[in-house]
Design a binder for this molecule. Structure first.
Ligand code: FAD
Length: 317
């Protein structure tokens, strides 16, 4: 079932989770172990992130280095199918431009469609670790909107091969990312909103936000989206902070601010348990306020401490 239909049919705020594929070498049971307790909250859908390969330099026996491509977390498509089968819920694979030619994307979409996956979160992806800016593959998609157009074309039976006329119409519900604190490359929020609107005008049916720790930023973002004619549901993405290291790591990776109140409380904490408690309380406070405001879904990034998410959701739902 499409996520947009879950949202439209819901009478109250829904809850959903996002998971990462297990590291290569681990079994899918590690993921089930992570998700099992959270299934008590009956999420209608679960997102699975996509991780492109990284280039690393491996030292050879003769002392020279060899560049090799490795994927630490493969398996997004298979995991989506496994989750749907194991838990009888919908799965939303993240699909990125980076590392894919359009033809490879087309084949991936065919696989997803054959597996009965109705939803995709369409993203650009980040630059590779050894590159300063994002570079698409030759004959790949440059921006999320280009990938979105490809998905929409397939929903209309249009494939890359020109001799396929009126091909099988896939039926994907498409979502895109939004950034309450602006995407880090965008010169300003207005510019970022212009491109978000373009994605929605191209057919994206809902938006999932980057994590934020200050609800006011989400509310302001939604107001600005509405003022700019972006009228689809905007799902807030939430993640707990549970140690002091994250206070600097999260802003540097995700380009989001930590509110002073949370920062001060965390800095006062004397133990790891204190930090976890503060993070959990903050997540509960954020979740309660957002739910009260009637957000369509509370979407939790579960990497790290699923127990904190469990405790917070238990308190809120
Ligand atoms: P885009 O919408 O393409 O925007 C990228 C930048 O270009 C923005 O600054 C935008 O303002 C600008 N822009 C957009 N369109 C145009 C245009 N036509 N012309 C000029 N400028 C333009 N990454 C992963 O690798 N795997 C994941 O699983 C993953 N999941 C994510 C889930 C969520 C909810 C979010 C918020 C992010 C996720 N990311 C993931 C990270 C994401 O790939 C990066 O943030 C990436 O840098 C931007 O992706 P986007 O889809 O927002 O890009």
């Amino acid at each position: 079932m499409k996520v947009i239909d879950h949202i439209n049919q819901a009478k109250d705020t829904l809850v959903s989770f996002e998971v990462l594929p297990p590291l290569k070498g681990k079994t899918i049971n590690s993921l089930y172990h992570h998700l099992d307790p959270l299934m008590e909250f009956k999420p209608p859908f679960i997102n699975v992130t996509y991780h492109r390969s990284e280039s690393i330099f491996k030292k050879k026996t003769d002392g020279t280095f060899e560049k090799v491509e490795i994927r630490k977390r493969p398996g997004t498509v298979g995991i989506c199918a496994a989750i749907m089968n194991h838990y009888q819920v919908d799965a939303v694979p993240h699909l990125i431009c980076g590392g894919f030619t359009k033809r490879e994307t087309e084949d991936a979409l065919i696989d997803l469609s054959f597996l009965g996956i109705d939803n995709v979160l369409v993203l650009r992806g980040d630059a590779q670790k050894n590159e300063s800016t994002f570079e698409p593959e030759v004959n790949g998609n440059r921006y999320a909107i280009d990938l979105l157009k490809q998905v929409k074309n397939m929903n209309n039976g249009i494939y890359l091969e020109e001799d396929i006329r009126d091909g099988f119409r896939t039926n994907f519900c498409t979502a895109v990312a939004g950034y309450p604190e602006k995407h880090f490359e965008a010169p300003n929020l207005e510019s970022d909103l212009k491109y978000l609107k373009a994605k929605v005008d191209e057919g994206a049916e809902y938006v999932v936000t980057q994590m934020f720790f200050d609800n006011a930023k989400y509310f302001e973002f939604v107001d600005k989206c509405r003022a700019n004619g972006i009228n689809v549901p905007i799902i807030p993405g939430l993640k707990p902070i549970y140690n002091k290291k994250q206070l600097t790591v999260i802003p540097s990776i995700f380009h989001v601010d930590i509110p002073s109140e949370l920062l001060n409380e965390m800095n006062k904490a004397k133990s790891d348990q204190d930090c976890e408690k503060i993070g959990e309380e903050w997540l509960i406070y954020q979740s309660k306020e957002l739910k009260k405001a009637g957000v369509p879904v509370l979407h939790y990034y579960t990497l790290g401490k699923p127990k904190i998410i469990y405790n917070a959701v238990k308190e809120v739902f």
